[in-house]
Unconditional design. Structure first.
Length: 205
């Protein structure tokens, strides 16, 4: 009887010795996060607008539909359907990146008295209110292109009235089919839109 019990225990130990490492491997596999390539946008634009050192502007975070207000990179596959670029992401929510790069672009001109974001306590003359309407790779027409469209209002911070408003749009053909090619196209389109926004703002305030 003692020998029987010992053999049964031996089989149990052998099964446990096999199952526990296998279970640990499965759990570690489930817990591993997918690794995505992470991208940012540039703000290196040239501005030819006039110097307005007497003006200070505020750049609030842009508004956008939920599909754009994330760190996912949008691919439009038809007029009514979008997908997200696989294994890729923005370094932050797109609206926060656009806000940061607009601030940087305006500051880099050296033509304003000050550029700030909400909460910094600047004495503001104008708010630059933006809405991201398009920021995507468009494949719906059979050819790949990067499309960026941003609506901008210049709001008089003292009176609360809109001084002027406009829509800025750039479409850039994308050559190549890699994720880096797609992001490079979006970066080029965004740089074009940003340059126009900066020049238009300097001329308008």
């Amino acid at each position: 009887m003692v020998g029987c019990v010992s053999r049964e225990r031996h089989h149990v130990y052998r099964r446990a010795a096999f199952i526990l490492p296998l279970l640990a491997a499965l759990l570690s596999g489930c817990g591993a996060a997918a690794v995505n390539d992470t991208y940012d946008l540039s703000a290196s634009v040239k501005a030819s607008g006039p110097s307005v050192k007497s003006r200070q502007i505020l750049i609030p975070q842009p508004t956008a539909l939920q599909a754009l207000d994330s760190n996912q990179i949008v691919i439009r596959v038809s007029p009514s359907e979008i997908q997200y670029l696989s294994k890729s992401q923005w370094s932050d929510k797109l609206t926060r990146i656009v806000q940061s790069k607009l601030v940087e672009a305006f500051e880099n001109t050296g033509k304003l008295g000050g550029v700030g974001v909400p909460g910094q306590g600047l004495a503001i003359d104008y708010q630059i209110v933006t809405d991201i309407r398009s920021f995507e790779i468009d494949t719906a027409a059979g050819q790949k292109s990067a499309s960026v469209e941003i609506s901008v209002k210049i709001l008089n911070d003292r009176s609360g009235t809109v001084k002027t408003q406009s829509i800025f749009r750039k479409v850039v053909p994308v050559s190549g089919g890699s994720n880096t090619d797609f992001v490079r196209g979006l970066d080029t389109a965004f740089a074009g839109v940003t340059a126009e926004i900066v020049d238009w703002t300097l001329r308008s305030i």
